[in-house]
Write a protein that binds this ligand. Structure first.
Ligand SMILES: Cc1cc2nc3c(=O)[nH]c(=O)nc-3n(C[C@H](O)[C@H](O)[C@H](O)COP(=O)(O)OP(=O)(O)OC[C@H]3O[C@@H](n4cnc5c(N)ncnc54)[C@H](O)[C@@H]3O)c2cc1C
Length: 451
């Protein structure tokens, strides 16, 4: 059977671009379709613009703290349209880099919505192309629950393009995107409330981390409302919004930002023309090698709902390219010990098991914890505290998990993740000489376990 291409990738996001580029480098004839923006969620409405806004938000504290070091900063003022315009310019630059990466690798780019016509045919811009393999890398999309007034709510997609910074913001949700945006809005000067229907945000993170962040966000002025479920949103005569909680409570605000989960992006994808099946949560079901139930169709990244993070989508894209076109270099993606950061203010960095997971797995534990005021804050009025925690198997001495809340936690945790991947014991941590004076050295000087 004659095919136009060896691989057709639907979606030029993190996973799709990686798979397309490397498949082409390995000699395959590759096409990729992108309907919205090159680089996908991460570059356009995810990791990158989010981190830029977090940097922007942190300046608020930096100006205040600079005074402790002798600087006179005057009354700083903040210009949201300037930040957004500069952010947009940077994203356009990155879009251009992604275009070049694809074109220079010899990938044919179709800018348009792609739909599966059958198990080997993709339709894009009115054209049908036959492919030996089709890779679905269409990512995810934010979900807002079906409540009255949901049309008044925005999500991360819109937040990056708001014309003005709202005076008051209600962030709804308890996941990492919610706490990050609560930190962004609060840091930039909006009066910020975060409402979450559970007992405490960041389910799945270590309890000490969750409690520590609760205390720190509260100190910084975020009004945290737990066990608070929004029932409806009403627009008021003056244009402001009123969120009514299920318990009757009321929150008046100017912007309601929802971060309550993401669904797989399957809109008008034509899956019904294939044998591709979904799992019980609605994501595309794949096996260990990212094959769907249709032999010629594969899927990676957020659309399979495994670990929705950019580096994971990249690793999956690489695995697909290698298995299909450079099998001698193929290695399965290792989902153990994936480090992550939450870019709240302060940041969270984490790798390995939480205390709760380690206990549930039957480990006998030694826990090491340190809380301190970072040196950089010693000359300032800030009362921010850093938390560092090591979870150690008391029988094998192996470090099972490492967690931090504090400045640069993500940067620090990347190195610790290498140690944990290598199977480091607490003794290895103890024998490692610290770098002084840093916050990170605390991880190699924790001596006394919690009672
Ligand atoms: C606010 C936010 C912050 C985040 N922060 C981080 C972070 O700090 N660190 C981290 O690791 N991850 C972060 N993520 C997650 C990360 O962005 C995703 O895990 C990652 O982008 C997934 O890559 P992907 O290739 O699966 O899909 P995506 O990057 O979403 O790419 C999918 C692409 O497919 C295109 N597409 C969809 N349907 C079609 C179609 N039918 N035809 C053609 N094109 C189509 C879309 O337009 C999109 O460009 C964040 C996500 C969000 C929303």
């Amino acid at each position: 059977m004659a095919f136009d291409v060896d691989l057709f990738v639907i979606g030029a996001g993190s996973g799709g671009v990686r798979a397309a580029r490397f498949a082409a480098d390995f000699g395959a004839r590759v096409a990729v379709a992108e309907s919205r923006y090159l680089g996908g969620t991460c570059v356009n409405v995810g990791c990158v613009p989010k981190k830029l806004l977090v940097y922007g938000a942190h300046y608020h504290e930096d100006f205040e703290q600079a005074q402790g070091f002798g600087w006179t900063t005057g009354q700083p003022s903040f210009d949201w349209p300037a930040l957004i315009a500069n952010k947009n310019r940077e994203i356009e630059r990155l879009n251009g880099i992604y275009r070049k990466l694809l074109v220079n690798s010899g990938v044919t780019l179709y800018e348009g919505h792609a739909k599966l016509h059958d198990a080997h045919t993709v339709e894009v811009n009115g054209q049908r192309l036959r492919a030996a393999h089709i890779l679905i890398a269409t990512g995810g999309w934010p979900m807002v629950p079906d409540i009255p007034g949901k049309e008044h709510a925005i999500t991360s997609n819109e937040a990056f393009f708001l014309p003005a910074l709202p005076r008051r913001v209600l962030v709804v949700g308890g996941g990492y995107i919610a706490v990050e945006f609560a930190s962004i809005f609060n840091g930039l000067g909006a009066q910020t409330t975060q409402a979450y229907r559970g007992e405490l945000f960041l389910r799945g993170f270590d309890q000490s981390v969750r409690e520590h962040l609760r205390a720190e966000l509260t100190k910084k002025g975020v009004a945290l409302r737990f066990n608070a479920d929004v029932a409806r949103i009403d627009k008021q005569a003056d244009g402001s919004l009123r969120a009514t909680l299920k318990d009757g409570g009321i929150i008046d605000t100017d912007c309601v930002f929802y971060a309550t989960g993401r669904r797989p992006m399957l809109d008008n994808l034509g899956l019904e023309n294939t044998q591709v099946k979904l799992d019980d949560k609605g994501f595309i079901a794949v096996d260990d090698a990212y094959c769907t139930s249709e032999p010629s169709v594969l899927a990676i990244g957020d659309v399979i709902g495994r670990v929705p993070l950019t580096p994971v989508a990249l690793a999956e894209g690489m695995a697909v390219a290698r298995r299909l076109f450079r099998p001698e270099a193929y290695r399965k993606v290792d989902y153990q010990l994936i480090p992550t950061a939450v870019f709240s203010l302060p940041n969270i960095g984490t790798v390995g098991l939480t205390t709760e997971q380690a206990q549930a797995a039957g480990h006998r534990l030694k826990l090491f914890e340190s809380r301190f005021r970072p040196m950089k804050l010693s000359l300032t009025g800030s009362q921010e505290q850093t938390l560092m925690k090591l979870i150690v198997d008391a029988d094998t001495d192996k470090v099972l998990g490492c967690h931090m809340v504090g400045p640069d936690a993500g940067e620090i945790m990347q190195g610790i993740a290498v140690a944990l991947k290598a199977g480091a014991t607490k003794q290895v941590f103890d024998e490692t000489i610290g770098i002084h004076p840093t916050a990170a050295e605390e991880f190699v000087t924790l001596r006394t376990p919690l009672a």
